[in-house]
Ligand binder design. Sequence first.
Ligand code: GLC
Length: 621
Amino acid sequence: MAAKDIFDLRFDRSHADLWPMLEKLYGGHPAYDEFCQALTAEMRAAWKSRPADLKELDLKRDLEPDWFQRPDMLGYVFYVDRFAGDLNGVHEHLDYLENLGVTYVHLMPCLKPRPGDSDGGYSVMDYRMVNPDYGTMGDLTRLAKALRTRGMSLCIDMVLNHTAKEHAWARKAAQGDPAHQDYYLMFDSDHLPKQYEQTLVEIFPDNAPGSFTHYPDIGKWVWTTFNEHQWDLNWANPQVFLEIAKIMLFLANKGVDVLRLDAVAFMWKRMGTRCQSEPEVHQILRALRAVTRIVAASVLHLEEAIVGPAEMLTYFGRGEHDGREGNLAYHNNLMVQYWSALAARDTRLMTHVLKTHFPVHLTNATYATYIRCHDDIGWAITDEDAGAIGVTGAGHRNFLSDFYEGSFPGSFSRGALFQFNEVTGDKRISGTFASLAGLEQAKDKGDPVEISNAVQRMLLGNALIASFGGVPLIYMGDEIAMTNDYGYMRKPEQAHDSRWLHRPHMDWDAALAPEADSPEKDVLTGTRWIYQRRKDVPALHGGHPTQIIDPPSNAIFAFSRLAPTGPLVCLFNFAEQWQEITVEWMRDQGIVQFYDLLSDAPVTSDNGTYKLPPYGAVWLT
Ligand code: GLC
């Protein structure tokens, strides 16, 4: 079949996802028809120039649409410079990643950032150029090819909500070009900004208060949700949609497999609201998804919306958008609940939240599951959910911040506050997986029991994200239990942002030759084991439902993966104490073989009771 025919078939397939959305968003715009023609022409042009090997991959993934839901998917997330110096350096570490079982590599922001403080690269001044410190677009394409040869996909960040104020569009806007001023949200006075601010939420209250910046030289107030140097794009302008769609196709044609769409919740503004997750955001994301699905069918969209449970689900497409929006979205609620249960040694809130708000099954989509990433942890726990288990929302959120900062009496953790909002009392937390899980403090104290507990907490987290359903993501250095890096405090462009605490440089000595009997080695060996086991357990396919079940004790979190071959019951002990589970309870959950697929060994019971060790995890058939 000729390539042209395939494009047309895909064009027809995505019709309902594209044109009705664009009509709703931009139908009233005077240049709507020209916009539609231009978009169609751009898609055809991008298809024409799409390399043959990528077209073949498109076809393969069209035929195997569940490729990213399979249990052999494992992501690894890193900063290019902190991991390997530059893009060419990454090649040297591909064996290491392959040994870990990695099949998906997320390069933290790698497009050309503004000079100086660039919010860790999320302030992009050129989407068509790679960060010159990392290499060139040619290097990125070569890396994409090398990864593909090893069966690994490449994910990169695509910042949709804003550009750097140094981006060419912003420069033209600043020079007074009205067409480019319409790319951003610029106001002649503070009248409207003040009205909007009444209902907006502060994102960086500490170092970038307010959501607008006044530039006396330009004579404008500019919408800047995040930092002053990040100018929010005006998505109500179809030209912005067209420009971004072009860039996404450009990157797809360079061999990128997954586009991580950054800060998507903020893309649409509506007076009188928080300007987050407005209905138009979903129309835009569905339409963008259609654009890549037509031209580059193998590409996935990972949506980054770090919001409460009900809101988060909408990024998979709810209601009319069901199964038609993001292929992947971060399960930040699973992450938050892991930390909450660990501090409380109590899983009741975790069970309540994950059972009440999340469906057992997602259409055409799966979660990106993780325990740590480059960002802070915000306690996305609502007052209602906290109330359901008899605690107050503010009280519990405060407890978690104090606990993970390390100030709560008896806490095992060492972290730092991030963006304390004095008005709302909201405190977020920074720190590496290992430091928050207790390793840093335990090592300082030389306490072998606590060191072992910290290791087990980390393996518990990995066993959880490996089995919950979705693509588990390992954040660089967590597999070797790297602790906090305090060096950022001495760097002027980083000192204001405690998130640098958990962005250490990779310790290759520890990774390649970990000391015998060290916690680093235990975590590395244990992590490898977990993901190797995951590959061999078909029941962990992301397409199989995940049903949260009432656990046999308040320290255990439990769910059942409802595979066609029978349930796989996964249990996680969040406490330092052994937990007793009756054989009867296990039988009631459909366990017949009494075999733990995680340790790859039968489970034994004593007097009708099975004992789950401190911080133990099992996957039972
Ligand atoms: C996302 C990124 C975060 C960044 C923000 C603004 O949330 O993960 O690191 O600060 O977007 O771009």
